[in-house]
Design a binder for this molecule. Sequence first.
Ligand SMILES: O=C(O)c1cc(=O)[nH]c(=O)n1[C@@H]1O[C@H](COP(=O)(O)O)[C@@H](O)[C@H]1O
Length: 275
Amino acid sequence: MTTQELVSQINLKKSFLCIGLDVDLQKIPKHLLQEEDPIFEFNKAIIDATHHLCVAYKPNTAFYEAYGIKGWKSLEKTINYLNENHPEIFTIADAKRGDIGNTSTMYAKAFFEDLAFDSVTVAPYMGKDSVEPFLAFKDKHTIMLALTSNEGAFDFQTKKVENLELYKTVLETSKAWQNANQLMYVVGATKAKYFEDIRKIIPNSFLLVPGVGAQGGNLQEVCKYGLSKNVGLLINSSRGIIYASKDKNYAKKAAEKAEELQKQMEEILNSNFSV
Ligand SMILES: O=C(O)c1cc(=O)[nH]c(=O)n1[C@@H]1O[C@H](COP(=O)(O)O)[C@@H](O)[C@H]1O
């Protein structure tokens, strides 16, 4: 999917919501455990109930890898279900990969070709030659960690190296990489006060913003400086939406939570982008 297609979907749906499909068998309704593939059944019900309210889904691969081959199969069924039934949805494999060049190429093939995701999350620590292999895939997007939502973000990312915070060096340096227009960046919603500075370096890039909901991030605070002229934000919530209820009506309850966020987004879009 191109960035322009993603922007069109945001404008059409009045939403820049990304729903995180972080499925934990301990947390899903008990009756699903009798199914042959409980993870896929759970995802399918969540997708069916929420696809009109969001523009992206983000399965975090850890939640699938933890269940071995069966989990990987559930991930494959989920991405295929999305691509077959909702090709307008932007899909994110949250895998946080990145390695020496030839290995990164294999990671990219795994998520862009074998599993046909639109994007994958990548850690920048190993530098340019570990990220460019992902960027070599046309119309695919590489979402690089910049300033993460967790407390540990302050261990390295905000530390100054040669007088510049490391996350700023990551943003600044990556702008010169091959196919940098296919880069997006992760910035945690819990780091709202940093968005003003971040937008000075990358005014128009899309930002994937996790941390709204369970981690306490605030949508309005993020939007204050996070919005770009193309909206430029994908706000993710995982637990806050998908585990809204443990009862049989879990998908309906998830849709209610998603709609709460979508309505707030609609209001923000209407007040910031009115013609
Ligand atoms: O790359 C991510 O998506 C990510 C980066 C980050 O800085 N913080 C963060 O929470 N995430 C992911 O976003 C999701 C957040 O989930 P909830 O806290 O349940 O909404 C998880 O899949 C995290 O792994």
